[in-house]
Design a protein around this ligand. Sequence first.
Ligand SMILES: Nc1ccn([C@@H]2O[C@H](COP(=O)(O)O)[C@@H](O)[C@H]2O)c(=O)n1
Length: 279
Amino acid sequence: MKNPEHVQRVISALRKEGTDKLQVISDFDMTLSRFGFNGRRCPTSHNILDNSRVISEEGRKKLKDLLQYYYPIEIDLNQPMEEKRPLMVEWWTKAHNLLLEQKILKSDIAKIVRESEVMLRDGANTFFDQLHQHNIPLFIFSAGVGDVLEEVLRQVEVFHPNINVVANYMDFDDKGVLRRFKEPLIHTYNKNNTVLEKTEHFQLLSSRTNIILLGDSLGDLSMADGVPNVENVLTVGFLNDKVDERRGKYRDAYDIVLEKDETLDVVNGILCYILGDLN
Ligand SMILES: Nc1ccn([C@@H]2O[C@H](COP(=O)(O)O)[C@@H](O)[C@H]2O)c(=O)n1
């Protein structure tokens, strides 16, 4: 924490104002899901598809080449966001076009997820269940694949009715074959009001003026931009990769930075305190 007094003030305000005014806004990949396990990278929702048996060997190689080229650009904090935005659109568009070539079936998604190495962070069940039990809306704003991430949540039985997801959703034809990705395209650096314009999500939650925001990229910090009349925001950033070179900028940007922490323990502890389950 760069400013522990500020963090303490915000947490006290969130507790004092109560659960009726609270909402949680979170990224999915590498924030709710794990970045690594036993020294191996865990897949993002895109990688779950990329690595699956339904993708040809050639397709898999091309998708891997894209990841190796664009991921270092995505996480490079020395390159301005304005320069990175068109490159992210390029990455997502090329990857989605390759996935379209593979004629993925809607009916295969559950099996693809089941056979993948995806894992939620330790403590995820407590996190989802606490929010559900206290009726706190959880808005998952993801540049990942909506159909895949929903299935991940369904398989671990945490896709509760308090959850709303905005992500890149697939569109299947009447035979259940993937035919396109729905608009607007969401990538790491446009997770803001521009892609939420057509949804009434935040307007419907206009009394929820206190926010806990969880992310793993500096692009995630704009996820709450569309919330009207914000009173208190606590931002928690998961710094998963290139920790030493990115620590300074993450500490400047997020209230709390969790370095190589594969758990939701800190978030759960804060929630417990705010919800009055801890003194
Ligand atoms: N073809 C792609 C494109 C993006 N990614 C990664 O997915 C992450 C986006 O999802 P969030 O839930 O974090 O918004 C992003 O960080 C990219 O690294 C990918 O794996 N393949």
